[in-house]
Ligand binder design. Structure first.
Ligand code: UGA
Length: 439
């Protein structure tokens, strides 16, 4: 078992740290935020993620995981340091590497024994060569430090399961020493390991995410055409899914992909390509389709209603997907400001995302519109003129057509996630609009 330090306690870092502890390694998680560290020590997770707190508490009590702001001692004693800090998008679409650089410098100035630095954060191809050089430049003690790439494939909402039961571990190394050490660290997970060079590992991450984004945008493009030609995207997807080469996942059409990864990683790869004088046409198409798809429901509803002025608008779901409180690049963030601008009186429901949304858009007047948050779905639907579904939360999926019919003043529903049966909605007297299906 190894002494592992994890830098950064966001989704990637914290989940990795907890899972390393779970398989028996001795883990220290480093963060710059004192409050966050105190919270984690008391077993509270700074992120909403199913199953994470239980594992944090269990491994903390067992003495396998600790949290600290004292990065110097945490790095000094580590066999391996995993970096899981953010690489947010800069205005030009490139990745901001300043957090990685800060950690790399701190590592260089702290380590006193040979150690492997493993970058989990998504970074442009070639970055880890630079990180290694950067560490060498600032190294104080005469020790061996190598950098490896180990991209992360977890999805929010299922992060712990995705890590403990990953479909593959990608390791990108430039020496036998680094490769063997990473193999040993991951050995207790009993998962398939794909060992490649550092640049290929970095590329695998972008290529995988962008392929999935492309798959979604392709289905959204086809869905829009389905509407025009009288086909049903769900039937089309089902028919396609029997072909193993296509697969049966990530074929759901809707209001586009959000989250912290696909939007950022598509733009970052397009940027990397441009830097090399190459235009990545497929990825660019995925980005363009997604940008338009985000406001599809608003445009459909505006066509149907002419104006939202003075209408009670129910919004079900704010987060970019269920199982998370994350709002990054969520369709709600595009549509709600447009609705408010047009004078809508919005009642928004989300089981966990409302608090974060209210930080950006507080309760009250916004331009011509009014925004309120409600704790239950019925309150949102009661007397509403129109309802938008932006996130497919379980409790929203379970609603019966009759509930809409009974509670709303005019049962008019725009569903961005295709969660209801068209015929059943129509039979119940609900005017139902979704994506890629016949109204
Ligand atoms: C994504 C990838 O799925 C992970 O494999 C990857 O590790 C992660 O990014 C990352 O790079 O860190 P995540 O962003 O958490 O994970 O969420 P997904 O479940 O992939 O969903 C992304 C977006 O695509 C959501 O808005 C979702 O609603 C949308 N989506 C997904 C569709 O519109 N249709 C689908 O069929 C699937």
């Amino acid at each position: 078992m190894f002494k592992i330090t994890v830098a950064g306690t966001g989704y990637v870092g914290l989940v990795a740290g907890v899972c390393f502890a779970e398989v028996g390694h001795q883990v220290t998680c480093v963060d710059i935020d004192d409050n966050k560290v105190a919270l984690m020590k008391s077993g509270i997770s700074p992120i909403y993620e199913a199953g994470l707190e239980e594992l944090m508490q269990k491994n903390y009590e067992a003495g396998r995981i600790n949290y600290t702001t004292d990065y110097q001692s945490a790095y000094r004693e580590a066999d391996a340091i995993f970096i899981g800090v953010g690489t947010p998008e800069l205005p030009d679409g490139s990745a901001n590497l300043s957090y990685i650089a800060t950690v790399a410098r701190q590592i260089a100035e702290s380590v006193e024994k040979d150690c492997l630095v493993v970058v989990k954060s998504t970074v442009p191809v070639g970055t880890n060569d630079k990180v290694e050089q950067f560490i060498q430049d600032f190294l104080i003690h005469d020790v061996k430090v190598e950098v490896a790439s180990n991209p992360e494939f977890l999805a929010q909402g299922s992060a712990v399961q995705d890590t403990l039961h990953a479909e593959r571990i990608i390791i990108g190394t430039e020496s036998k020493w680094a490769e063997e050490m990473l193999m040993q660290i991951y050995q207790p997970f009993h998962l398939p390991i794909v060992s490649v060079n550092r640049r290929s590992a970095e590329m695998i991450k972008y290529a995988s995410n962008d392929f999935l984004a492309l798959k979604i945008s392709y289905m959204n493009d086809i869905a829009n055409l389905c509407e025009l030609v009288g086909a049903d995207i769900q039937d089309v997807a089902r028919g396609m899914s029997f072909d193993d080469r296509i697969g049966n996942k990530f074929l759901n059409a809707g209001i586009g992909y959000g989250g912290s990864c696909f939007p950022k990683d598509t733009k970052a790869l397009a940027y990397i390509a441009r830097q090399h004088g190459y235009e990545l046409k497929t990825v660019k198409a995925a980005i363009d389709v997604n940008t338009e798809q985000k406001t599809l429901l608003f445009r459909k509803a505006r066509k149907r209603l002419i104006t939202f002025n003075g209408l009670k608008v129910a919004v079900l779901g704010l987060t970019f997907k269920p199982g998370t409180d994350d709002l990054r690049e969520a369709a709600s963030l595009e549509n709600i400001p447009l609705l408010l601008e047009q004078g809508a009186d919005i009642y928004a429901y989300d089981p966990v995302g409302a608090t974060n949304f209210a930080k950006l858009y507080p309760v009250g007047k916004h331009g011509a519109g009014q925004l309120s948050y409600v704790d239950d779905i019925e309150q949102a639907l009661q007397g509403a003129n129109v309802c938008f579904v932006f996130t497919e939360w379980g409790e929203v999926k379970e609603l019966s057509p009759e509930t809409y019919q009974k509670l709303m003043r005019t049962p008019l529903v725009f569903d961005g996630r295709n969660i209801y049966n068209v015929a059943l909605m129509q039979e119940a007297g609900v005017e139902y609009h979704s994506v890629g299906r016949q109204a």
